[in-house]
Design a protein around this ligand. Sequence first.
Ligand code: PLP
Length: 265
Amino acid sequence: MPTATPKPVACTIAGSDSGGGAGIQADLKSMEANGVFGTSVITAITAQNTVAVTEAQPVALDLISAQIEAVLSDFPVAVIKTGMLATADIIERVADEMEQRDGYPLVVDPVMISKSGYELLAPEAVATLRNRLLPLATVITPNLHEAGHLLDATVRTEADMRDAARTLFDMGPAAVLVKGGHLAATDDAVDVLYDGTTFHAVRASRIDTPHTHGTGCTYASAIAAHIAHGRALPEAVRQAKAYVTKAIEQALPLGSGHGPTSHFF
Ligand code: PLP
């Protein structure tokens, strides 16, 4: 029997979305659609649909560690991505695990609040995220709101985004991608990537749709996938931006709220 060529492997450490549009479910679909085998470590379970998150519970710390050990001890993981981490204790545990296993490129999506307004990260855990996880990251992918919370500042314009990227870079990550999808009244959706020396503006046309549930997870996972393929970060981000733009264009009007991004088109 012919054997298939193995794909690169990625691992997402994130929360489950029962609605299938965001979180672990979006991550795995985005990774697979971008040519990478996705493995997962579930940090929290949410009950949610396209309208609301109605409940969320964290997974026990030792079960999170056991999932990390099971995946990393067996699979040739080329990149790790984090999403919803829920509590300061979980961030501490994930940071401890990453420090013990130095060498994995790490994409940190600093997930804080869902579009429907539910707190996916305890507010008091933002300082832990800043102090423990940011310094370990290859790239962090905050939106305007998350960048604002990490910095205790307001990030509203493209100039603010560049300032935010510079200040966040000084907190230790190797690169910062500030996502401008929520910028007011612009024709383009512009993101700013900063690696300590160069700013790259990553642009795509803004798509007018309410169906954007899971966009951030999809984007960060696509970046992770392109890193797993061996692409340099600016190219990985450009390819992921093109992918997430199509995923939003093709988003599915499922449910009565914000429908999920599509992954296979
Ligand atoms: N649920 C989970 C588990 C997530 O990780 C995220 C985002 O990262 C969301 C929900 C929020 O998705 P959105 O803000 O796109 O609705």
